[in-house]
Ligand binder design. Structure first.
Ligand SMILES: Nc1nc2c(c(=O)[nH]1)N[C@H]1C(S)=C(S)[C@@H](COP(=O)(O)OP(=O)(O)OC[C@H]3O[C@@H](n4cnc5c(N)ncnc54)[C@H](O)[C@@H]3O)O[C@H]1N2
Ligand code: MOO
Length: 413
């Protein structure tokens, strides 16, 4: 008897019966993630990189906080030459310059003394005895208080990634910690009696291509995967036990293989046994049409997700970009991942109905070209790809037609 309970009352958004269109599937996955978004927590800056800012970022202080010298040289008052009466380094609190014809030596980053009328750069001045001679440049060589931001000013909206630049800005404007949505935890379960965990394919068995790669895809998509998976046998009981175990420790479980309805395919029966609700059940996309997204309640009453990734390796990746990327974006408080548009540099060969995800590479003119070796069971083309061109039903597929392109890891290499 399972100790996971079903989600009869928490049905937002409503799942659809039968295959979804590719766009519908992404929206359903994203909305399901948003409805179960990771709780906001406050973390020190050192632990915020890559997470999502959960509230607008406002400046805690003026930037700069004081009139700041931009050049090494002298802060001077009135017309020259100037008698040098002292020195001001960064971090100091200088006395005012009160007498015309006087100067203090200043360092970049030092507060400009009140009363200074200009900065004379070190390379523009000549010191003779205790007097400095030269001509200050016409543009002020300091940054004014609040020139970059005023205290309280909105710097960034909620929902953006805490990039290295955001971390630096937050620190510069006075923050020690930030409200963030943490990375969802993820577990990967790889099913298949035919799978070898090491060495080349032999004796009718093949090498597991997903155990070593799906955790890396999940990390790229902003999740926190646990230990590398070992292939598991294709039994019903094995599926139920492995899913139950993984759901106790992960917000998202990605299970590979067994998504069809063949004699060895146990994922759907196991999810049924666990009381899961299907948010998306098959998608009109190639490759990867048997992909699914299920939702259930974990032991602590937390909403958990299971993504069913088809066993064909490229079909599994198609499921990652179609269902898992939008789900994780929703869980992380981010918008639905956007595609850029690019023109086709070569025609796309004839295709069947539904949406096609086509691995493409940018050429030097910024056009995208389809790659060879891109069948559902192949990873060779994908390993060279910069992105997936999204060919919706009826999309133009001639040279010059523009198509959306979802970026893949390695884009811009
Ligand atoms: N009667 C039908 N059969 C199939 C259909 C269909 O429409 N009607 N669709 C095919 C498509 S398309 C796909 S995709 C697969 C999905 O199958 P499953 O998710 O049930 O996956 P498996 O049957 O377990 O495996 C499929 C294929 O992939 C290989 N595989 C599995 N796991 C791995 C792995 N970790 N690393 C490398 N390769 C893996 C497995 O050996 C099979 O060759 O169903 C088709 N069948
Ligand atoms: O869904 Mo399958 O990927 O077309 O091989």
């Amino acid at each position: 008897m399972s100790h996971l309970s079903s989600l009869a009352t928490a049905a937002d958004p409503r799942p659809v019966a039968g295959p979804s269109s590719w766009d519908q599937a992404r929206q359903l996955a994203h909305a399901a993630g948003q409805a179960a978004a990771m709780p906001v927590t406050r973390l020190p800056l050192a632990r915020c990189a890559g997470l999502t800012l959960a509230a607008p970022l406002a400046a805690q202080g003026n930037l700069p906080a004081f009139r700041t010298c931009c050049m090494d040289g002298w802060a001077v008052r009135g017309p020259g030459p100037w008698r040098v009466v002292g020195q001001v380094l960064a971090g100091a609190s200088p006395a005012a310059l009160t007498v015309d014809g006087t100067a203090v030596q200043v360092a970049t980053g030092a507060p400009v003394p009140t009363g200074a009328t200009a900065i004379l750069r070190a390379e523009d001045g000549v010191l003779v005895d205790d007097r400095v001679h030269g001509a200050p440049r016409t543009r002020p060589e300091w940054r004014e208080i609040g020139e970059e931001t005023r205290v309280g000013e909105l710097l960034l909206p909620a929902g953006v990634e805490v990039t290295p630049a955001v971390l630096g800005l937050a620190a510069a404007s006075g923050h020690d910690d930030l409200p963030v949505r943490p990375a969802p935890s993820a577990a990967v379960l790889v099913f298949g009696d035919e799978l070898l965990a090491a060495g080349p394919p032999a004796g009718g068995r093949i090498r597991d291509a997903l155990g070593p790669s799906v955790p890396a895809w999940l990390r790229w998509l902003g999740a926190r995967p646990d230990q590398p998976p070992q292939p598991l046998p294709d039994t019903f009981d094995g599926h139920v036990a492995a899913l139950e175990g993984a759901l106790t420790r992960a917000d998202l479980v990605c299970a590979t293989g067994g998504t069809m309805r063949g004699p060895a395919d146990q994922l759907r029966p196991a999810l049924l046994e666990l009381g899961a609700e299907l948010v998306v059940d098959c998608v009109a996309v190639r490759p990867g049409h048997p992909m699914l997204l299920a939702r259930l309640l974990g032991p602590a009453g937390m909403v958990r997700f299971v993504a069913g990734l088809p066993g064909n390796p490229q079909a599994a990746v198609a499921a990652l970009v179609t269902l898992v990327a939008p789900l994780l974006a929703g869980l992380r408080g981010r918008p639905l991942p956007a595609a850029r548009r690019a023109a086709l540099g070569a025609p796309v060969p004839g295709r069947l109905g539904g949406t096609a995800l086509l691995p493409v590479r940018y050429d030097e003119d910024g056009l995208v070209r389809p790659l060879p070796h891109t069948g559902p069971a192949m990873l060779r083309g994908l390993a060279e790809a910069d992105g997936y061109a999204v060919l919706r039903p009826g999309a133009g597929t001639d040279i010059g037609d523009t198509v959306p392109v979802l970026p893949l890891p390695g884009d811009g290499r």
